[in-house]
Design a protein around this ligand. Structure first.
Ligand code: ATP
Length: 258
């Protein structure tokens, strides 16, 4: 496939988010340049998901942006944490991908089928083509996450918003899916914003890391610098909680294991 030219970026400017009178995000600002891969890390409740949801425009009911802004310049696609809940259980995954090619990307029936085959190949699920009636429950967790990535790509996004996409997977499969996301970012020039509680996971995929705590960004630095010379005590605490941050340098390739 022709590599897409990255023209989009993410921009969050002095974002405040509340539920009722409770302030959940308190003045977050950052931007992601086109083609850049950036992670937001922090413990549960730090506000990473709400920041991502503000950007995607999918805040839950009762939660709202009270001031500032968050958005994407271009088309964004979200890869959620739990693939099973994001797939239609009653429709074969190939058909779900084809529907997006037809009704979101606007391809005719024949082109949508060809594009589906291409996308399945691209995410390492080429063998599903023969099993046209593969329903989500017949796939493994890793296959479902790959299928969701294919669905995300079907809409021709500029930006991939990844919300802990490997948390539900075992460590070997998680490494393969991370390798896939990293390769797609490189090959298609996608902009990536990747939310995770795990610095070790994001250090593979992202070149810059934002650390969030209690609704604010406490540190924002290139991955190598943040891992080797953390400036904020909370970043140090997060790093010390990780058993071992894998070597930076050659990153994981698909098919390798941790
Ligand atoms: N729908 C909601 N209504 C009220 N408060 C909410 C809602 N969703 C999240 N919150 C609160 O907002 C804060 C930030 O939540 P958020 O989901 O962004 O955290 P997180 O860092 O992504 O954590 P996790 O990794 O557990 O998802 C938390 O205190 C959470 O309880």
């Amino acid at each position: 496939m022709k590599a897409a030219l990255a023209t989009a970026s993410v921009d969050v400017s002095d974002l405040f988010v509340s539920a009722g009178n409770t302030e959940l995000i308190a003045g977050v600002s950052f931007s992601v340049a086109a083609g850049e891969s950036v992670a937001i890390v922090g413990e549960s409740g730090s506000g990473k998901s709400l920041t991502l949801k503000s950007i995607a425009g999918i805040l839950p009911a009762g939660v709202r942006i009270t001031s500032g802004s968050a958005g994407v310049g271009g088309r964004a696609a979200l890869i959620p944490q739990e693939p099973l809940s994001a797939l239609d259980p009653l429709m074969p995954v190939g058909k779900q991908i084809t529907e997006i090619c037809r009704y979101v990307a606007g391809l005719d029936r024949k082109r949508a089928s060809a594009r589906t085959r291409e996308l399945l190949e691209q995410v390492g699920l080429g063998y599903l083509q023969a099993r046209t009636a593969a329903y989500p429950h017949q796939l493994s967790g890793g296959e479902r996450q790959r299928a969701l990535i294919a669905m995300a790509l079907a809409s021709n996004p500029d930006v991939l918003l990844c919300d802990e996409p490997t948390t539900a997977l075992d460590v070997t499969v998680a490494a393969q899916v991370l390798g896939l996301i990293e390769r797609l970012q490189r090959d298609l020039g996608l902009t990536i914003l990747f939310v995770s509680h795990d610095i070790a996971v994001v250090s593979h995929v992202c070149s810059r890391i934002l650390v969030m705590r209690a609704g604010v960004v406490v540190e924002d630095a290139p991955t190598g610098q943040l891992v080797d010379h953390p400036a904020h005590p909370y970043t140090k605490q997060l790093l010390s909680a990780v058993l071992e941050v894998p070597e930076l340098g050659p990153r994981h390739e698909e098919g390798t294991t941790l």
